[in-house]
Design a protein around this ligand. Sequence first.
Ligand code: NAG
Ligand code: NAG
Ligand code: NAG
Length: 261
Amino acid sequence: MTFQKSSSTSSIFHMLILWFVIVLFCADGLRAEMGTTPNLKHIVIGRCYSYITLVCPNSSYDCEEIWREFEEAVMRKSRCNVKIKDYKRMFHATPQTLTCGKLLFWSKTRELMHSYAAVTRRFWTLEDTLVGYMFNDLIWCGQEEKDRGFDFNSCPDWSTCVNHPVYSLWRQASQNFAAAACGNITVLLNGSIENAFNRKSMFGGVELDSLNPRMVDHVNIKVVANLEGPFLESCTQGSIVDLINVLQTRGFRWTCTDSDL
Ligand SMILES: *[C@@H]1O[C@H](CO)[C@@H](O)[C@H](O)[C@H]1NC(C)=O
Ligand SMILES: *[C@@H]1O[C@H](CO)[C@@H](O)[C@H](O)[C@H]1NC(C)=O
Ligand SMILES: *[C@@H]1O[C@H](CO)[C@@H](O)[C@H](O)[C@H]1NC(C)=O
């Protein structure tokens, strides 16, 4: 399906614009009182089988092995000390080749991004990779004392942890995703907030630095504001100008549009 800017599709987008937010990063999804997602193991393994059976048939991943490596990474450390490198073996078990020219990065445009990706079917987001698919929206942490299993009663907030188990996994996944990007990439940013490009977001803090200017052909930035505004940032206004400067300094070719999708 190719995307055409007809009034019906744009009104779908405008409806979708009313949803979203939350960068992977954002503490909202991860309140201190919330513990590990119930049935974590079944969800993760089930999603893995769903991925290898329905999403990417014929991919040869060992779902049980991936779970074992994941569990190992989280269990063997105390709950606030799961480092990126602790997931190394898990990431080894989940190698993935990404198609050039199809990657979509986003920040604070979560729902829009997913519908954009789904509607156009042209794009791949982090959540379309095996690891992103398996762990999307889940929470986990070990017990205070290591080797005692997952804590289903409470998990610490990102901000109170040196190495939060959820954050470390996403950070590595984001880094891998960005480092593998090639051809044209698309970056979707929210024009209705200040600091649409935020160095503390997963995109600004991790992915941007992992992009390789020799592999990436063009960085195509799309700034999307809410239908009803406010219109705070654009290609020539606010933090997006900083992003463009960073891209230029690092030798990327880029384009930026702020009027449509
Ligand atoms: C999966 O592999 C089988 C056997 O190699 C092949 O017949 C089938 O078409 C493949 N399916 C997909 C979706 O690639
Ligand atoms: C932009 O962010 C605001 C505030 O977080 C959110 O309400 C809105 O849906 C987002 N808009 C787009 C287009 O992503
Ligand atoms: C890549 O992006 C540039 C700039 O938007 C565009 O001119 C070019 O056609 C794109 N290439 C592909 C293969 O889409």
